[in-house]
Ligand binder design. Structure first.
Ligand SMILES: NC(=O)c1ccc[n+]([C@@H]2O[C@H](COP(=O)([O-])OP(=O)(O)OC[C@H]3O[C@@H](n4cnc5c(N)ncnc54)[C@H](OP(=O)(O)O)[C@@H]3O)[C@@H](O)[C@H]2O)c1
Length: 374
């Protein structure tokens, strides 16, 4: 567990180092200390697997127009500039987010930035093809593309190449196998058939691409647990994007099943949707489904009351909660407005009183065994 002292020391050291030389050392490597609390001690887990060296990042789904909420080009540009200026250096995107739109927006920022200064993950599993009208999806004003699922080896290579073209950069650090999961409405119970295709195609191909030095690591990018456990059984991944699986609202299953398996494998977890798609920042939507589960608004209200009594806000608590388990290598809240990345970075510097967590546990709002930043 990262202790509070280590956390704050890293932040202080980071601020001092940033004033002299921001981020890059004479040998061309990223100076992780310069990023203070937003960095991991190295880009390898104790098990020797690649993990993002930055423990806090930016999720790219909102910049594709998630939940039908439009983000203008200008707002997207400002959001990304704000993220960069705030010191965020790990970015996650996907061809799926706005049917290429999110990747193109990230590319606008990143193609002018030194490649060694940041880490980027994107995803494979859906091949985009130009179409007179965009396919019907949840995205607000996506680009004019259709998509089809393909987890074969050749589609994996093609997808990575397509992403590089959209991003306008020369390499991708992490590739996640996207939405190969029982909660995917296009798959449901058939997800295991897609999994079989990936086990024979995408997975060995990603291992090969890692050996060739084309990528540094790969894993599953999913909203449920079974595909991650299955991938650990059948292949040799490094890091997984677990979305909707470890948040203040819902974390028992990950504590019981996901983290022990991750620990055993030496892999790590990038926490996606740490705010349950904005719910823990006050939005009236929960994850990506049509409605908020019963009792969740009441539970959030109780948490908000406790947070207020301790002088903090719930979004801050939610973000720090996700960062605490040792198996978590990064937390990547999405942002839809220009001010949000900076606010989220600031949240990670807040000292949350231990009494707050004690009360949350006493009230049964979070699991007794949930690790905390102390
Ligand atoms: N299957 C997968 O691989 C998968 C699935 C889900 C997510 N992910 C990844 O995980 C990332 C994070 O998930 P997410 O973006 O869907 O959800 P999230 O991080 O839980 O929530 C993002 C939303 O929280 C709100 N928010 C963020 N910062 C805020 C602030 N400072 N103040 C107020 N509101 C704030 C914004 O809502 P408003 O829009 O209301 O402003 C924003 O759109 C994604 O972007 C994506 O990269 C991957």
């Amino acid at each position: 567990m990262i202790t509070r002292r280590k956390f704050v020391n890293r932040a202080t050291a980071g601020a001092a180092a940033m004033a002299v030389s921001p981020y890059i050392m004479a040998n061309g490597k990223v100076n992780l200390e310069s990023l203070g609390f937003m960095s991991n001690p190295s880009d390898r887990t104790a098990g020797g697997k690649y993990r993002p060296p930055f423990s806090f990042g930016l999720g790219g789904a909102p910049l594709g127009g998630t939940s039908g909420l439009l983000v203008t080009d200008e707002e997207a540009r400002l959001t990304l500039e704000n993220a960069w200026e705030s010191g965020l250096r790990y970015y996650d995107t996907s061809p799926w987010y706005g049917l290429g739109l999110s990747e193109r927006r990230f590319g606008h920022l990143l193609h002018r930035k030194p490649r060694e200064e940041y880490v980027i993950s994107t995803k494979i599993g859906r091949i985009l093809t130009a179409a007179p009208k965009p396919a019907k999806t949840q995205w607000a004003q996506p680009d004019s593309f259709d998509y089809k699922y393909d987890y074969s080896a050749s589609a994996t290579r093609r997808s990575v190449e397509d992403s590089l073209q959209r991003l306008g950069i020369s390499s991708i650090d992490i590739v996640f196998i996207h939405d190969l999961s029982p909660d995917n409405g296009d798959m449901k119970d058939n997800w295991t058939q897609y999994f079989d295709q990936a086990a024979k195609g995408a997975m060995p191909e990603l291992v090969k691409m890692r050996e060739e030095g084309i990528i540094k690591g790969w894993g599953m990018g999913v909203n449920t647990l079974p595909p991650i456990l299955k991938a650990l059984e059948v292949s040799d991944p490094d890091v997984h994007l677990a979305a909707c699986q470890y948040t203040l609202m819902d974390h028992e299953e990950s504590l019981e099943k996901l983290f022990p398996a991750i620990e055993k494998s030496g892999n790590s977890i990038v926490v996606g949707s740490p705010l349950n798609n904005g719910f823990l920042a006050g939005a009236d939507r929960y994850n990506y489904g049509p409605k908020i589960p019963e009792g969740f608004k009441e539970k959030r209200a109780k948490m908000e009351k406790i947070a207020k009594a301790h002088g903090i806000d719930l979004r801050t608590a939610a973000l720090q909660f996700c960062a605490a388990p040792k198996q978590v290598s990064s937390v990547i809240p999405g942002a839809r407005k220009a001010n949000q990345p900076k606010e989220n970075v600031e949240s990670m510097k807040v000292k949350i009183p231990l009494d707050f967590w004690a009360e949350m546990k006493k009230e049964g709002l979070i699991a007794e065994k949930a690790p905390l930043l102390s």
